[in-house]
Design a protein around this ligand. Structure first.
Ligand code: ADP
Ligand code: MG
Length: 320
């Protein structure tokens, strides 16, 4: 099987046909018709074997995750998914692998009505790059630069689960208290993250600023603080932990929630006039974890009422 028949067989008709795609996979370029009253939100992510995922990870889960990370960026901007392109570098043509990968990819693409409109297929070390495109009202897009003094900081879902799975895999997690269902749950969170696409769009007009948590809460929140020129105080007791993470050592769970990446939850900033609406609309789905201050940096208050600085050690490439 060569490059062209592979594309035809596995990628040409993989995803839903959208009306705004004039021409999809198969020509030199795709021809796309964006809506006239919105901005096109664009983001690209690359997953490299051995860096972003372990060799031998289930291809279907990898197909899911490759698109999920891009969808998560769209969610953090409040954008509605529309199109994506896929650059796939494969060490060999393993049809079983491609079948699994494309299945995981297609399932998530269908769920979010996002169409694969083109790509590139090359030979080399296993690497997956996906560029996503979505639409957003540019006046409402949740930019990192919009956080203001007195705003509240929220996160969706639970934090630290994906990091716990990674630690478990590296045999660095004390998992004595966890049963096989707990372990399965953690791996699901690491390997098949749920991008908060619908929530992202529903936050438009309510949240001023948002970021998706890919590298760790503190590092990611610091990007918002830097861009906005503000500080923050967090209430560590409020960090949302899953019932699985609540079973492990509390300090470890808290550290994972603060520092570990790959959860793909949203961290978003809400101005005072919208707190009540957020609490009502997203009851049980979001947690208030702190507030925006004019401090120089990120702090929490300990049991003795001391202000302690938090430092954002998360995942950084080239940091070694
Ligand atoms: P070109 O040489 O003109 O760049 P290619 O041979 O790379 O064209 O690709 C042929 C067509 O197949 C193009 O429309 C391209 O977008 C599409 N394509 C290639 N690889 C993929 C892929 N992995 N997924 C989706 N479409 C792909
Ligand atoms: Mg090409």
């Amino acid at each position: 099987m060569n490059e062209f028949s592979l594309i035809q067989k596995y990628f040409e008709k993989l995803t839903p046909d959208r009306d705004d795609v004039e021409l999809g996979v198969g020509d030199d370029c795709a021809l796309l018709i964006p809506p006239s009253n919105h901005a096109v939100a664009v983001s690209i992510d690359t997953l490299v074997e051995g860096i972003h995922f372990f060799k031998g990870v289930e291809p279907e889960a990898l197909g899911h995750k490759s698109l999920a990370v891009g969808l998560s960026d769209l969610a953090a901007m409040g954008a509605k998914p529309a199109w994506f392109t896929l650059a796939l570098t494969l060490p060999e043509v393993d049809e079983n692998w491609i079948k699994g990968f494309s299945k995981g990819l297609a399932a998530l693409a269908n769920e979010h009505d996002i169409q694969l409109v083109g790509g590139d297929t090359t030979e080399g070390p296993l690497t997956i790059s996906i560029q996503v495109h979505g639409f957003v009202d540019q006046a409402k897009a949740m930019r990192r630069s919009n956080a203001k003094l007195g705003d509240m900081i929220y996160v969706s879902g639970y934090l630290g689960d994906a990091g716990a799975a990674l630690q478990q895999q590296l045999q660095q997690l004390n998992d004595d208290e966890l049963n096989s269902e707990d372990i399965r749950y953690l791996y699901q969170r690491l390997e098949r993250p749920t991008p908060r696409v619908i929530m992202g769009q529903e936050l438009l007009g309510l949240a001023s600023s948002a970021i998706d948590i890919s590298d760790g809460l503190l590092v990611d929140l610091e990007h918002v603080l830097d861009k906005s020129g503000v500080g923050a105080r967090l209430n560590l007791d409020n960090l949302p932990l899953s019932k699985t993470l609540k079973k492990i050592n509390h300090k470890v769970a808290q550290a994972l929630a603060l520092h570990s990446g790959d959860d793909y939850e949203l961290c978003f900033i809400v101005p005072p006039q919208h707190y009540a609406e957020i609490e009502k609309r997203f009851k049980g789905q979001v947690t208030r974890i702190g507030m925006i201050t004019d401090d120089d940096g990120l702090y929490y208050i300990d049991d003795d009422d001391n202000l302690i600085e938090l430092t954002g050690i998360g995942y950084e490439h080239f940091a070694r």
